[in-house]
Design a protein around this ligand. Structure first.
Ligand code: FES
Length: 151
């Protein structure tokens, strides 16, 4: 696990690049790696935590195989995003910020992804699903489960 850190120069400007690389490899930033990063880049752990909390793209918690992001921005909200979110919460039995017990799904919310005309928007593993309807939620979850050989 430390190899990814060693590959980076001892340069503070490399922090975000290094964090992206770690998250790409592990799906999250393991907390025990923070001190190693701090030593390698000669910065404090609090500076690293500052960056981790500022950029929502980084997470200290393991994510599920399928990341489901629901836009709760104003345009999506008025077009029914709360009902879409409720349906995902009901189907997956998790709240935003949580990962399902089988580690298949992580549910997140964001405020506007810049595609307001297509709202409500749900992003699953980077794929945008516009004009979402609550009846489509079950189908999208089933597709994800099938990709993992589960029904
Ligand atoms: S409010 Fe959802 S994309 Fe803008």
């Amino acid at each position: 696990m430390e190899k990814v850190i060693d590959e980076f120069d001892k340069d503070q400007r490399e922090l975000i690049h290094l964090l992206h690389e770690i998250q790409k490899q592990f799906g999250y930033i393991p907390a025990h790696m923070i001190s190693q990063i701090a030593r390698q880049l000669k910065i404090s752990e609090s500076e690293i935590f500052g960056v981790l909390t500022f950029y929502k793209a980084f997470t200290l918690k393991p994510r599920g195989k399928h990341l489901i992001t629901i836009c709760m921005g104003t345009a999506c909200h008025v077009r029914g995003a709360p009902k879409i979110l409720d349906e995902f919460k009901r189907e997956l039995s998790i709240e935003p910020g949580e990962t399902s017990g089988d580690n298949l799904f992580t549910l997140e919310t964001v405020n506007c992804v810049g595609a307001c005309a297509l709202g409500p928007i749900v992003i699953i593993n980077g794929d945008y699903h516009g004009q979402m309807k609550t009846r489509e939620v079950d189908k999208l979850i089933k597709i994800c489960r099938q990709k993992n050989g589960k029904r």
